[in-house]
Design a protein around this ligand. Structure first.
Ligand code: ZN
Length: 401
């Protein structure tokens, strides 16, 4: 998943310069390798409020950076403005097109997550309208650029990322995911464990944007999840994808997750890897307005940032970068097609630590963008090996319920 643009300039693998080694004292024993909070509340508003107030610094610092990151290009119609300022100006100029359709659809389908986001906004003391606008970022960029093609170069992020590998056979099941985003996010991410009434307790990695649960997470019903940004030509009125991500954390089973997605009224496109420790199974879910497709993973499956299922693959926007990363992963697996005994979690993490094909490498080190976390869900051990930063840095903790 990707938010806010920067330019790709040069490659710098900081393997030898990292402060994030497994032995670094800043990574506390037995806790996730990110700032961490446990919350137990009976309402979604209270959950959000606790998260927003505890991570008030991270969220406010993120928005400070977002407002300060101005477009510096005299050719751009938005020269001198930040992306968040541009989105807010469109929302304010025509809320009936750029705000209400997303707010109303979310209120209709997931009112509890809207309450949760209001709690985050109140806890962090950030305007709800700013946080909700940020939550609609991909949808808004799609609407603005489809109506105003001359804005595309200014608003379309240059860095697209997130690579996933699923492996499933009778004996073992792994879901691996590189979460790639802009460098500005890397030091502001956090992990929460949320105990909620009548729904599974979940653990999730989070961006500092305020919306809970976009990067990978797991719950105590054994459901694990990761998402890949996928772009389509135009968003529609509906539920912003970030709330579909949040809903995956509340799924009690793979069938429950499918049912949620089938009735989710999405405004935009996305891909989910959804696994179940208890069912020893992983599915791929490609979702867009009015259409979706599910695929049960049988042995190996790789996904990056374009649709690949037969009924969907013509509908998303492809980039050379996304195609190259997926091809690399499929090529790595080709060497193991007949060697299932040799496929291990560490082998898959090694593939996802590769810098082959730069700047289209799976392990992302760019000026402005990087892999901020690598996740390895091991279904037999029911664990989440969570790496802080690029997997090649090998700074991780194994967490579980
Ligand atoms: Zn690397």
């Amino acid at each position: 998943m990707l938010i806010f643009a920067s330019a790709i300039i040069f490659f710098s693998c900081n393997k030898d310069e990292s402060n994030d080694s497994p032995n670094n004292e800043t990574i506390q024993s037995d806790l996730p390798p990110f700032p961490y909070l446990e919350v137990s509340e009976s309402s979604n508003y209270e959950i959000g409020f606790r998260v927003g107030s505890h991570f008030k610094f991270q969220i406010n610092e993120f928005y400070r950076r977002a407002f300060a990151d101005k477009i510096n290009n005299p050719e751009s119609p938005f020269n001198g403005l930040s992306l968040i300022e541009i989105l807010i100006s469109f929302v304010e100029s025509d809320p009936g097109t750029y705000y209400d359709p997303f707010y109303d659809a979310t209120q209709d389908r997931f009112p509890e997550y809207l309450e949760e986001l209001k709690g985050v906004a109140d806890g962090a003391e950030i305007s709800f309208k700013t946080i909700f606008t940020s939550a609609c970022q991909l949808e808004l960029i799609s609407l603005i650029t489809s109506a105003n093609p001359n804005t595309s170069a200014s608003l379309t992020p240059l860095i697209k990322g997130c690579s996933s590998v699923s492996y499933s056979n009778a004996d073992k099941c792994f879901l691996a995911h590189n979460e790639d985003i802009f460098t500005d996010f890397a030091d502001l991410m956090f992990v929460i464990k949320v105990e909620q009434t009548g729904k599974p307790t979940f653990l999730s990695l989070n961006y500092p944007t305020g919306a809970i649960g976009i990067p990978p997470g797991m719950n105590d019903a054994g459901v694990v999840y990761s998402g890949n940004q996928v772009d389509i030509p135009k968003a529609e009125p509906g539920v912003p994808f970030v709330f579909l991500c949040r809903a995956m954390l509340d799924a009690g089973s793979i069938n429950h997750a499918k049912t949620i997605l089938e009735s989710s009224n999405p405004a935009y496109s996305t891909h989910f890897n959804i696994g179940s420790f208890n069912e020893n199974k992983i599915i791929s879910a490609e979702v867009m307005p009015g259409k979706h497709a599910f695929h049960i993973v049988d042995n190996f499956y790789a996904h990056t940032n374009h649709f690949v299922l037969p009924t969907m693959n013509e509908l998303s926007l492809e980039t050379e970068n996304s195609i190259a990363r997926r091809a690399f992963l499929m090529n790595e697996y080709d060497n193991y097609v007949n060697k299932p005994d040799e496929v291990t979690a560490d082998l898959i993490t090694n593939w996802m630590s590769s810098h082959d094909g730069y700047p289209n490498a799976v392990c992302v080190h760019l000026d402005g963008g990087l892999t901020v976390a690598h996740s390895m869900f091991d279904f037999q051990n029911k664990t989440w090996k969570l790496y802080r930063g690029n997997p090649c840095n090998k700074a991780f903790k194994v967490i579980s319920f």
